[in-house]
Design a protein around this ligand. Structure first.
Ligand SMILES: [Zn+2]
Length: 246
C-alpha cells in the first residue's frame, strides 16, 4: 500500500492518529473553558466512534474463528479493567472539571495513555487483517482522538496548564497507541493464528473502556438521552462508512 513497507504503513497511520489529538485543543483558542455539557458530548462522540470501531473489528474477526474472537474479547475486557486496578485508578471519573484532588491531572493522563494503548492494539490488529482495513480503523481512531483530546485539554487547562502544553500532553498520551499498533502488528505477522485473538481483544477492550470510563460521567454532564443519541449516531456513522468503503 502506497508503495511502503507494511510496518511503515502501520507507523505512518498510527502516528497520524496520535498526532490528530492536537486538533482537540482547537476550541480553547476561542474560549478559556467549555460548558460542561459540551465535555459530555465530546466524550459521547469519542465513545460512539470507539463502539463503531469495536463493531467493525468484531465483524472482521468472526470469519477467522468465533471462539478465538470471543476468548480474545474476554481477555480484552479483563485487561482493560485490570489496567485501571493496577494503576490505582479503578474508580476514577475521567472527565471531571470540579472537586478533584491534586493528583487528578496525572491520573487522567495515565488512564488516557493506557486507553490509547488498547486503541493501538485495535489499529495493529486491523492492519494485520488487511492494510486498507487498518487504515480505515486508524483514521476512525484519529478522528475520535480529537474529541477525546478536547476532554483532556478541558481537564488540564482547568488545572492551569497552558493550552499549548495541554495539546502536547494530549499527543504524548497517544505515544502508546503508536507503540502498541506496531507491537501488535509484529506479533500477528509472526504468528498469524493470533489474529482473531487480537481482533477480539481489541473489541472487548474498546467496549470496556466506553462502558466503564467514557460514558458514566458523561451521562451526568449532558443527560442520558443526548449522550445516548450522540454515541449511537457516531457509532452508526463509523459502521456505515465501513460498509461504504468495503
Ligand atoms: Zn478512545
Amino acid at each position: 500500500m502506497l508503495g511502503l513497507e507494511p510496518t511503515l504503513v502501520v507507523l505512518l497511520f498510527s502516528a497520524i492518529s496520535a498526532a490528530s489529538a492536537v486538533l482537540g485543543a482547537g476550541p480553547f483558542l476561542f474560549r478559556r473553558q467549555l460548558p460542561i455539557v459540551q465535555i459530555g458530548w465530546a466524550n459521547a462522540l469519542a465513545a460512539g466512534m470507539m463502539l463503531g470501531a469495536a463493531y467493525v473489528l468484531l465483524i472482521g474477526g468472526l470469519p477467522l474463528g468465533a471462539a478465538a474472537v470471543a476468548a480474545g474479547a474476554v481477555l480484552g475486557i479483563g485487561f482493560a479493567a485490570w489496567s485501571h486496578t493496577a494503576s490505582g485508578t479503578g474508580d476514577l471519573d475521567l472527565n471531571r472539571l470540579d472537586d478533584t484532588g491534586p493528583t487528578y491531572g496525572y491520573q487522567v493522563l495515565l488512564v488516557n495513555s493506557l486507553h490509547s494503548a488498547f486503541e493501538g492494539v485495535a489499529i495493529g490488529a486491523a492492519m494485520a487483517l488487511s492494510l486498507p482495513f487498518g487504515v480505515f480503523v486508524a483514521l476512525a481512531i484519529a478522528i475520535h482522538n480529537i474529541p477525546e483530546a478536547t476532554v483532556l485539554c478541558a481537564i488540564l487547562t482547568g488545572r492551569r496548564v497552558a493550552i499549548s502544553s495541554a495539546a502536547g500532553l494530549a499527543v504524548a498520551a497517544n505515544v502508546s497507541q503508536v507503540m502498541l499498533a506496531i507491537f501488535t502488528f509484529a506479533i500477528v505477522d509472526a504468528a498469524p493464528g493470533a489474529l482473531p485473538w487480537a481482533l477480539g481483544l481489541a473489541t472487548g477492550a474498546l467496549i470496556q473502556l466506553v462502558m466503564a470510563d467514557l460514558l458514566p460521567e458523561s451521562y451526568r454532564q449532558a443527560g442520558h438521552r443526548t449522550i445516548a443519541l450522540v454515541a449511537i449516531v457516531a457509532m452508526g456513522i463509523v459502521v456505515l462508512l465501513r460498509t461504504a468503503v468495503a
